[in-house]
Design a protein around this ligand. Structure first.
Ligand code: CMP
Length: 133
């Protein structure tokens, strides 16, 4: 079994999409083994997205992630990292395949409703960022 970190971002939480998005994970055979709601401050968001610090969108990204409550989850299944990326769809909802979470719920490349770890190394880092035990 593999684990990945998933975040339901502020735009989706504000639109009460939490249960709808969680049901997509469950229908796709993920187990939600840990979850918590958090409100990050800007410094936490900067640490979480440190991998993007050289990108022109970094500041806006960190402002956005710290703008509201998020739901953070550890998802588990075989091939969880890749399978989660498939059901999320492309980063930009306009480019996401039909039926994917970002296509259905995403508003823009910033407000794309969900984050998911992109590699085994980042999944481990991101899970321990939110779940210390
Ligand atoms: P996420 O998977 O959370 O990882 C980093 C986020 O940066 C990404 O989703 C997007 O929401 C956001 N972002 C904003 N602008 C861009 C861009 N030009 N390219 C990639 N990601 C971007």
């Amino acid at each position: 079994m593999e684990q990945t970190l998933s975040i339901i971002k502020p735009d989706a939480m504000e639109r009460n999409l939490e249960e709808k998005i969680k049901s997509v994970f469950i229908e796709n055979n993920f187990q939600i083994v840990k979850e918590k709601k958090v409100k990050l401050d800007k410094k936490d968001a900067e640490l979480f997205y440190k991998v993007h610090e050289a990108k022109p969108f970094y500041n806006d990204l960190c402002n956005y992630l710290s703008s509201g409550v998020i739901l953070v989850m550890v998802l588990e299944k075989d091939n969880a990292i890749l399978d989660n990326r498939k059901i999320m769809g492309a980063t930009n909802p306009i480019e996401a395949a039909s039926g994917t979470i970002r296509k259905i719920f995403g508003i823009s490349i910033d407000k794309n409703s969900v984050h998911g770890s992109d590699s085994k190394e980042n999944a481990e880092k991101e899970i321990s960022f939110f779940f210390k035990d």
